[in-house]
Design a protein around this ligand. Structure first.
Ligand SMILES: Cc1cc2nc3c(=O)[nH]c(=O)nc-3n(C[C@H](O)[C@H](O)[C@H](O)COP(=O)(O)OP(=O)(O)OC[C@H]3O[C@@H](n4cnc5c(N)ncnc54)[C@H](O)[C@@H]3O)c2cc1C
Length: 389
């Protein structure tokens, strides 16, 4: 049986390994963490609704459940015929290689004074600790929440989780009856952050900011972060004791260090089948891959999973284990986001024809919690999968 090496144990890499095993390929998954970190439900760590152990799945448990080999190591370079590991050195022992390493974040001046919910789990825990200090020791403070853009890859902007943490922190402080002791500010350099979710979503966000007394600074470039705030291009300053900031995504360093075809931002250039351009036996999936498609497209978890399943199928097709035509991700490009607000949520959907936001008071929150539970149990094979999930 052919050997497939999957680089990266996130949402995309794990789904691909699971589906490759259904065709009996020999699969080795290499990742730098010995657990899968479920980003979409990590938004509740700062507000104590989830602990780290609630939002991870042990990689060895996944490997045992599906029969793949897991190796913990850091990938430092990916090339057309090899990859290099920090401890394992250069390797060429694969028939197919899958790049599923996610993305890194753009660097901003003074970024060390900020915390991102979209980076490492350690950073989210550190943010949680700082928020605790403000709540328990200082009994108040100024909190800023923002995200940045990447002119070379608009689809790598990640705003949804920042809105989610902002609304959850607001609700958390209200539950603790100390919201009045805090000033909450949102900021982003684009004039209409969240615009790709459509006009209704923008109006709803504006309405929520006013209702919840959240200040907003948009359309001004970020110059620098400082220990006590955010400096903007017109000399304005957002005072902040604790800044949550998610820079836009950028290509993975190991891809940038190698010779795979890549965009200016360092995302791997792929065919609609996820095969890397001009590389017969290499595929890229999830956030590492450059996306084709409409202006409003976004890198999302559900698309990462479609890419992963398509890739397993397309490799099986090449090997004569499937019949039919190759599957592509293009027709699955949409934005599907269940945005949590602490005491409810909203289902945002966007495709070529429509953009809508359905408010889901109370139930939206529990739907997202339910999805998290379903995700964990179904990945471990403890409950059956729903079609297409
Ligand atoms: C806070 C947050 C909330 C989100 N909410 C939603 C949502 O509600 N709905 C939705 O559809 N999408 C959501 N997303 C987006 C979604 O999580 C991503 O699109 C998805 O995780 C991409 O999967 P991936 O496997 O490509 O990357 P990742 O999940 O980032 O996985 C990359 C993997 O590679 C490993 N890795 C990285 N570098 C190396 C290296 N050098 N060597 C070895 N291993 C390495 C990492 O440890 C990780 O296991 C959210 C994202 C964040 C950050």
């Amino acid at each position: 049986m052919k050997k497939v090496v999957v680089l990266g144990g996130g949402i995309a890499g794990v789904e691909c390994a699971i589906f490759l095993r259904k065709y009996n390929f020999e699969v080795e998954l290499i990742s730098d963490r010995d657990y899968l970190y479920i980003y979409p439900i990590s938004i509740w760590i700062p507000t104590k609704e989830k602990k780290l152990e609630d939002v991870i799945i042990s990689m060895q448990d996944l490997a045992n459940a599906h029969g793949f080999k897991f190796v913990k190591d850091k990938v430092v370079q990916v090339n057309k015929d090899s990859f290099t590991l920090e401890n394992g050195g250069e390797r060429k022992d694969f028939d197919y290689l899958i790049v599923a390493l996610g993305q890194q974040k753009l660097k901003h001046k003074g970024i060390e004074y900020t915390y991102s919910i979209c980076s490492t789990p350690e950073e989210t825990l550190e943010y949680t600790k700082k928020l605790d200090e403000l709540i328990n020791q200082k009994k108040g403070g100024k909190l800023a929440f923002g995200f940045g853009g990447n002119p070379n890859a608009k689809e790598a902007v990640r705003g949804g989780p920042v809105f989610e943490v902002l609304f959850n922190v607001d609700y958390y402080l209200r539950r603790l009856k100390i919201r009045d002791n805090f000033e909450l500010t949102f900021f982003a350099p684009m004039p209409k952050p969240g615009e790709r979710l459509g006009e209704t979503a923008l109006k709803m966000m504006d309405y929520m900011f006013k209702k919840l007394n959240i200040k907003s600074f948009t359309g001004k470039k970020i110059v620098e972060f400082t220990p006590d705030g955010v400096l903007l291009e017109d000399g304005a300053k957002i005072e902040s004791d604790l800044t949550l900031f998610t820079p836009a995504g950028d290509g993975h360093p190991s891809v940038k260090a190698g010779n795979l075809p890549q965009t200016n931002a360092g995302f791997v250039i792929i065919e609609p089948t996820n095969q890397v351009k001009d590389c017969e036996n290499i595929y890229a999936i999830g956030d590492s891959a450059a996306l084709e498609g409409p202006e409003w497209k976004a890198k999302q978890g559900h698309l990462a999973e479609v890419m992963a399943r398509n890739t397993a199928y397309n490799i099986a097709l090449k090997e004569g284990l499937e019949k039919g035509s190759p599957k592509t991700y293009i027709e699955h490009i949409n934005i599907l986001c269940l945005m949590d607000m602490g005491n409810g949520g909203g289902l945002a959907y966007r495709d070529d024809k429509k953009a809508m936001l359905i408010p889901l008071p109370i139930v939206g929150h529990w739907m997202k919690k339910g999805w998290g539970m379903y995700y964990k149990l179904s990945k471990l094979g403890k409950i059956p999968r729903l079609p297409g999930m």
